[in-house]
Design a protein around this ligand. Structure first.
Ligand code: FAD
Ligand code: SIN
Length: 513
């Protein structure tokens, strides 16, 4: 078996930034299931939050993050996030990311539920592409080994500790065990669970599924963020229309042309994502429409084209001139707040198994993520993984006493066969933005039935589908247990938050809690 100090699974911001730090003194392997640039990171638009403005402070950033988290964020983790932000931004700049400037100073934008202008961006609305290009370019100049088209299918655990991974070469079908001292899952999110989503095709919940099967704790899965404004044009992928568009003055209007957000929330178009997304759904339902409009026609055309060149070009290529026509938009699944439970050093409950980026649940986001906090979370906690492992005192996160296994289910014998469209439709219809007990029961039963009936995966597509089915089940079961509404999780049969539920739902296979 080949052996490395660090095996990093994933080549988004989490994988590449961690690799850059780890390679200084260690042998490092980055495994990625597609080509190096395939990831969610490169689609990030709005930017990365950091309290670097003259009128801002880490304390204000911390307060805004906690408010968005709706009582479930971890204060310690949020404090680390806000305090260490400017140092990590400096690292990104040193690694080659050039943020947009105005008169020589870094330009700061405003996004929903941030009380200050604190979003750094690059190439206008192409922040993720700039980060991904800079980091992949920097990694290629190092001795980091990069295995593209290589899918991690299992975390190898021996004597209770992670020792390596099983990897499938997706072009030849060969399977190989690879040993590592430290295994870091940086596999991103799971937006492909849902019929309408803003994510890359690689976002199939692999890290959560691999970690759960290996015995890691999985937390907060009921909190899946739906972005309010994805382009809704027939036959066109739900391309993200950044929240920063509303930050620059874009106005949401219903099918009758009326601005409506002020009647739902005092912050109007800049209310938190969950509030805006549900308000849009209510307007769509009322008007019998599958979209509302985001209107920027009142802004100077030059502001629109220079600040949002990517969005402008994408819409233009589909026949829509957004400087003259309102943009048809609707909510779409966007970000997984939950994930593999980690402490503030990225450690899971399995010794030597770490998680970084969207796969990790560090406790920063709680029930709802504040815009542009996820790129930041990634670099903050990736840095801490490397500090901890380099110091040689890595230790697992203690087990959560309240962790529970997934409940047993006895699904109906006759089920539609599992396919990506049937899974995505089920999740969208029954485990989407508005949930009920009956719908969640149906989804959990179906997902359990699919898991029982499936054959052992043999190629990338069948592994991804199996991972989605397990990840979807974790979302559905957590959503069923949480009999309240909080942050991104909304139950129409329990529409209010409940103080009893100010706690986390944690799953672990074999747990007895
Ligand atoms: P990713 O960038 O998704 O990378 C995951 C990597 O893991 C990929 O390379 C994938 O191929 C690989 N992988 C997955 N499974 C396996 C496996 N089994 N084996 C091998 N490799 C595997 N956040 C912000 O803070 N600001 C923004 O402006 C912003 N805009 C966004 C816009 C869009 C359209 C989207 C979708 C998200 C946005 N986000 C934003 C969220 C943010 O981009 C992501 O949370 C972040 O980029 C995740 O980085 P990551 O490295 O964890 O995962
Ligand atoms: C956006 O640009 O609206 C996305 C920002 C984010 O998801 O943080």
């Amino acid at each position: 078996m080949i052996e490395f100090d660090y095996i990093i699974v994933g080549s988004g911001i989490a994988g590449l930034y961690t690799a850059m730090l780890a390679q200084e003194r260690n042998s490092v392997l980055v495994l990625t299931k597609g080509s190096i640039e395939e990831c969610n990171t490169r689609f990030a638009q709005g930017g990365i939050a950091a309290a670097i403005g003259g009128d801002d402070s880490p304390d204000l950033h911390q307060a805004d993050t906690l408010t968005a988290g709706a009582g479930l964020s971890d204060l310690g983790a949020v404090s680390i996030l806000a305090q260490e932000a400017s140092d990590r931004i400096r690292d990104l700049i040193e690694m080659g990311v050039s943020f947009d400037t105005v008169e020589g100073a870094i330009a700061l934008a405003r996004e929903a539920a941030h009380s200050r202008h604190r979003i750094l961006h690059a190439g206008g609305d192409a922040t993720g592409a700039h980060i991904e290009q800079a980091l992949s370019g920097a990694v290629r100049l190092t001795r980091v080994a990069i295995f593209e088209h290589t899918l991690a299918t299992q975390v190898l655990v021996e004597d209770g500790a992670a020792q390596g991974v099983l990897a499938l070469d997706t072009r030849t079908g060969a399977v190989e065990g690879i040993k590592g001292k430290f295994i870091i899952l940086a596999t991103g999110g799971a937006g492909q669970l849902y019929r309408y989503n803003t994510n890359s095709p690689v976002a199939t919940g692999d890290g959560v599924a691999l970690a759960y099967r290996a015995g890691a704790e999985i937390a907060d899965m009921e909190f899946f963020q739906f972005h309010p404004t994805a382009l809704r044009l027939p036959g066109v992928h739900p391309f993200l229309i950044s929240e920063a568009v509303r930050g620059e003055g874009g106005i949401l209007r219903n099918a009758r042309g009326q601005a409506f957000m002020k009647s739902y929330a005092p912050q109007g178009d800049l209310a938190t994502r969950d509030v805006v997304a549900r308000s849009i759904m209510a307007e769509m339902r009322q008007d019998g429409s599958d979209h509302v409009y985001l209107d920027v026609t009142h802004l100077p055309a030059s502001t629109v084209t220079t600040r949002f060149p990517q969005i402008y070009r994408f819409c233009r290529s589909h026949g829509l001139d957004i400087t003259r026509q309102p943009i048809p938009v609707a909510p779409a699944a966007h970000y997984m707040m939950g994930g593999v439970r980690a402490n503030s050093w990225g450690e899971t409950n399995i010794p030597h198994l770490f998680v970084a980026g969207e796969t990790a649940c560090t406790g920063v986001h709680g029930a709802n993520r504040l815009a542009s906090n996820s790129l930041l979370e990634t670099i903050i906690f990736s840095k801490r993984i490397i500090s901890k492992t380099a110091a040689g005192n890595a230790s697992p996160r203690p087990l959560t006493p309240e962790a529970i296994p997934l409940p047993e289910r006895h699904p109906a014998k006759r089920l539609l066969p599992l396919s990506l469209p049937s899974l995505q439709a089920l999740m969208w219809d029954k485990v989407g933005m508005v949930r009920t007990r009956a719908g969640l029961e149906e989804a959990a039963d179906t997902l359990a039935g699919w898991e029982m009936a499936r054959r052992k995966p043999a190629d990338r597509a069948s592994w991804e589908l199996a991972n989605l089915a397990l990840t979807g089940r974790l979302v559905a079961e957590a959503a069923l247990l949480r009999e309240e509404s909080r942050g991104a999780h909304y139950r129409s049969d329990f529409p209010q938050p409940s103080p009893e539920w100010q706690r986390h739902i944690v799953f672990r296979t074999g747990a007895t809690g």
